[in-house]
Design a binder for this molecule. Structure first.
Ligand code: LHQ
Length: 263
């Protein structure tokens, strides 16, 4: 079945997933979540996958949960937003974090609510200069979800996390890059090419090392120094057994570019 709310393709080891409800700023619906689940399943099943690129079509990246859906409206019965998170958003975020390849997010426009935090769950976030990040939740009486309360203090500290969440003010892409909320901000007309260069570079890189880097860095905040050093030793032992490590050293000694195979 072709997708209706997303675009999805896998080519040359790179999966590209584009949120595709441009007239609604790519807001999440139950249908879109179903399609995202299916796409993520295909991503996980792709043996030769080396990078995932996520972006949005049109002028927005994602405006979060679609507020016109029944689940968000009065009269829909008892509200249980928790179960919506448990069913749709939490597995999506965990799926991105657990993917053993770099996940690049190209934020092409406004990223609001769960759309903002979906972007921030990705490993490398680049944004167009005209994009913005809004922890919009408190405007409608909610708290940041989809990993917002987890990633925000870790990325920008408690003061900025609280400022963003309590005021719900937009943070420009430039400000986001200056704060360390994202990796970098680029001119609008350079976003697609910068994102492509990045995923192509990852697709030609040491895939196993990338997976271990993700594992080490995401484990770090919960670990003591001793635990993290032990983890580094364990993961480096694993990296040292990869063909790409052999190739990396050989290429250095032979003064040529490495030809990584991802193994
Ligand atoms: C939208 C939306 C939208 C529907 C723009 N829905 N149509 C999940 C579920 C479970 C638990 C609770 O939490 C969550 C997570 C969440 O994400 S809650 C937060 C939900 N999102 C929002 O509250 C953001 C609502 N949108 C906005 O505040 C603005 O649209 C922003 C600031 C994102 C962009 O503003 P503008 O650039 O001025 O665009 P616009 O407002 O004119 O929107 C363009 C169109 O998109 C418009 O439709 P229309 O037919 O009038 O042209 C909007 O109604 C539609 N749209 N966001 N979330």
């Amino acid at each position: 079945m072709p997708f209706e709310t997303i675009l999805f393709e896998i080519a040359g080891g790179v999966a590209t997933l584009t949120l595709n409800r441009p007239d609604k700023l790519n807001a999440f619906t139950a249908g879109m979540h179903e399609e995202l689940r299916e796409a993520m399943q295909r991503v996980r099943a792709e043996a030769d996958l080396r990078a995932l690129l996520i972006t949005g079509s049109g002028r927005g990246f994602c405006a979060g949960q679609d507020l016109t859906e029944r689940v968000m409206q009065d009269g829909a019965g008892p509200f249980d937003l928790g179960s919506t998170l448990e069913r749709n958003y939490n597995p999506l975020v965990l799926g991105l974090r657990e993917l053993p390849v770099p996940v690049v997010c190209a934020v092409n426009g406004v990223a609001a609510g769960a759309g903002c935090n979906f972007a921030l769950a990705c490993d490398v976030v680049i944004a167009a200069r005209s994009a913005s990040f809004i922890e919009v939740f408190s405007r409608i009486g909610l708290i940041p979800d989809a990993c917002g309360t987890y990633v925000l203090p870790r990325l920008v500290g408690t003061a900025r996390a609280l400022g963003m969440s309590l005021t719900a003010e937009p943070i420009s892409a430039e400000q986001a890059a200056a704060w360390g909320l994202i990796w970098k901000c680029v001119d609008d007309d350079k976003l697609a090419s910068t994102a492509q260069e990045l995923v192509q570079r990852f697709a030609a890189g040491p895939t196993r090392a990338y997976a271990l880097i993700k594992q080490a860095l995401y484990a770090s905040p919960a670990n003591t120094l001793e635990q993290q050093l032990a983890l580094e030793a364990r993961l480096q032992r694993e990296a040292g057994q990869s063909a790409d490590f052999q190739e990396g050293v050989k290429a250095f000694l032979e003064k040529r570019a490495a030809r990584f195979t991802g193994r």
